[in-house]
Write a protein that binds this ligand. Structure first.
Ligand code: UDP
Length: 140
């Protein structure tokens, strides 16, 4: 298996409830090392740009508003098969459908306010990491 990097966000519903450490602990327990991390309060423009792929979806406005409602932790996670591993550890988008032990099952409040984001493929991981981090901010 290859060592990969993926992009993660701990979303506003989770930072508001002081779950940054608890969620990061789940990453670390599952072999995902935090090689970059910062706290950002994103602007509407940043949220619209980051989630541009969803701009025609009915939930887009709500999603942008939610992502700007409180701080977010943006992170780069590194490990074996990190992209798929992180998706597995996150659980299904809707916490009602998420498997036991996953972050969304443990912590998410709803399909929208679902505590974490994680890249879904190698190409999006590279784009999303570059969206938030300069190369010198990632320390492997
Ligand atoms: N989302 C939402 N309503 C929906 C589907 C998605 O509010 O019906 C939000 C939710 O925060 C989700 C994000 O939009 O995490 C991106 O959706 P995607 O389908 O890419 O899910 P993910 O990759 O985050 O599991």
């Amino acid at each position: 298996m290859a060592i990969e990097r993926t992009f993660s966000m701990i979303k506003p519903d989770a930072t508001k409830r002081n779950l940054t450490g608890a969620i990061t602990k789940v990453f670390e327990e599952n072999g995902l090392r935090v090689v970059a991390s910062k706290r950002v309060w994103m602007s509407q423009k940043q949220a619209e740009s980051f989630y541009a792929v969803h701009k025609e979806r009915p939930f887009f406005g709500e999603l942008v508003e939610f992502m700007c409602s409180a701080p977010t932790i943006v992170q780069v996670l590194e490990g074996e098969n990190a992209i798929a591993k992180n998706r597995e550890v996150m659980g299904a988008t809707n916490p009602a459908e998420a498997a036991d032990g996953t972050i969304r099952k443990l912590f998410a409040e709803s399909i929208g306010e679902n505590s974490v984001h994680g890249s879904d493929a190698a190409e999006t991981a590279a784009e999303e990491i570059a969206f938030w981090f300069g190369g010198n901010e990632i320390v492997g």
